[in-house]
Design a protein around this ligand. Structure first.
Ligand code: UD1
Ligand code: CA
Length: 459
């Protein structure tokens, strides 16, 4: 069979987004918009060509390997954009899709190509019948056959009533496509070279035009403005949650749960309401993700409990650990198995060993904590001297008393004890007790004297 080329049109100016960023880089459920079209195209094409605008290095980076990029220097319309891809295409069928329709499925694209090949058509258009066709190109038929596509802004009032729309997804026979494309003229309201005109040109020349309807018109939803971006995101989000629930994850309240496409969660994990999970994040089985938690780019083992309101970014958390409520893991933390990081603890770039505890109101930064260590409430690692960051090491079995300041660089040896309220500035050897605080002074009977002194003189 002829090799199939997919061309993704991604050079549009996206005026309606009112953004300095290219439309195709706007994030949608954790991936740049263009990633969806790429995934759909790659699922069936032998080669994928992306037409980008000028200065599209960011788009190339986001798209990654596996595609050829061509530049459309001037944005002269969808027809002109496809023309730029000619040299990069093969002689086999050419599938064209817009970069801004992330709900298009590869199954639908496959059906389109199969129908095109079966019918030996010059062009096959993916259409959809929608309730609100405003903004879309309309399919004009004659005696049932597709004759032409008219853009919304060029349509007459009667044509505007047509509900069969052009999805902007096509399959073309290469030779006849390029010939017809050369005949396209920019004589329309926008003064652009419309790819849609190719259909009319081919039909007029007596070529066979086929149409395949998308099984669900939702697949045709294009993102042209931020309102549509939000609407499509809501649909995608619901699909992600449905997939997770089908895989055995409990989502207590799908309406208030935001999980990106890049997240994997094991069965019997419970996601409580108001949770956001983003980036490349994985949870094992039987975890609990407490309400109000916001998790980014992190890896969790099995049976991890996140009590409500944990903010976690770029962490690794091993089996059976407990976090929160209200804990903040800033980037670079590794929490060992069965460890506990509790209320109002902020950790940064730190390792907490197996079974160790940082249960209450602490700051731990640039620190390595061994196994079975207890860090008392209010402990602060003083890791910053105003110029540089310094490291703290707390070995296995150490006990750090409440309200201690550990001034880094510092090493606390295995099994050592720090007395509560200490400011520790020197290393503490294994097994030692370090106390660094003002000596307590007790004055017996002092209070009674004070009462006497301040008593009112007798009248
Ligand atoms: C297009 C179709 C319309 C269809 C609709 C479906 C045309 C003329 N119209 O309209 O019939 O109903 O899609 O969503 O094709 N692009 C370029 N270079 C350009 C212009 C556009 O690469 O010079 C790219 C855009 O990045 C986008 C795609 O082509 O990915 C479609 O362009 P857009 O401006 O969104 O077209 P619509 O007005 O939506
Ligand atoms: Ca569009």
């Amino acid at each position: 069979m002829d090799r199939l080329t997919a061309v993704i049109l991604a050079a549009g100016e996206a005026k309606r987004m009112r953004s300095r960023q290219p439309k195709v880089l706007h994030p949608l459920c954790g991936r740049p918009l263009i990633a969806y079209a790429l995934r759909t195209a790659r699922a069936l094409a032998d080669r994928t060509v992306v037409v980008t605008g000028p200065n599209a290095d960011d788009v190339r980076v986001a798209a990654g390997d596996g595609a050829t990029f061509v530049e459309q220097r001037e944005r002269l319309g969808t027809g002109h954009a496809l023309g730029q891809a000619r040299a990069a295409c093969g002689d086999g069928p050419i599938v064209v899709l817009a970069a801004d329709m992330p709900l298009l499925s590869s199954e639908t694209l496959e059906r389109l190509v199969a129908h095109h090949r079966g019918a030996g058509a010059a062009a096959t258009v993916l259409t959809a019948v929608v309730d609100r066709p405003q903004g879309y190109g309309r399919i004009l038929r004659q005696g049932g056959r597709v004759k032409r596509i008219v853009e919304d802004r060029d349509a007459t009032d009667d044509q505007k009533k047509i509900t069969e729309i052009n999805t902007s997804v096509y399959c073309f026979e290469a030779r006849r496509l390029w010939k017809a494309l050369a005949e396209v003229r920019p004589d329309n309201e926008q003064g652009e070279y419309y790819l849609t005109d190719v259909i009319g040109i081919l039909a007029k020349a007596g070529s066979r035009i086929e149409a395949v309807a998308a099984p669900d018109p939702i697949e045709a939803l294009g993102i042209n403005d931020r309102k549509q971006l939000a609407a499509v995101a809501a649909i995608l989000r619901r699909r992600i949650l449905d997939r997770l629930m089908a895989d055995g994850v409990t989502i207590v309240d799908p309406a208030s749960t935001y999980i990106e496409d890049t997240v994997t969660i094991g069965p019997d994990t419970v996601v409580e309401p108001q949770v956001v999970i983003e980036g490349v994040t994985t949870f094992g089985t039987e975890c609990v993700i407490g309400s109000g938690s916001h998790v980014t780019a992190s890896r969790f083992g099995d049976r991890v409990a996140l009590k409500p309101y944990c903010i976690i970014n770029d962490a690794v958390v091993e089996d059976g650990a407990t976090l929160g409520p209200f804990c903040h893991l800033r980037p670079g933390c590794h929490i060992g198995a069965k460890a506990k990081v509790g209320n109002f603890a902020e950790l940064k770039k730190s390792r907490i060993g197996r079974g160790s505890k940082v249960p209450h109101v602490s700051y731990v930064g640039d620190t390595t904590v061994g196994e079975d260590v207890n860090i008392g409430a209010g402990t602060v690692t003083c890791n910053y001297d105003g110029v540089r960051k310094h490291e703290t090491k707390i070995a296995d079995g150490a006990f750090v008393g409440t309200n201690s300041s550990l001034v880094a660089p510092l090493t606390i040896g295995e099994g050592a004890y720090i007395g509560a309220g200490s400011t520790i500035t020197q290393d503490v050897p294994p097994g030692a007790l370090a106390v660094a605080r003002g000596q307590q002074v007790v004055k017996e009977g002092w209070a009674a004297g004070k009462v006497k002194k301040h008593a009112r003189p007798e009248e």
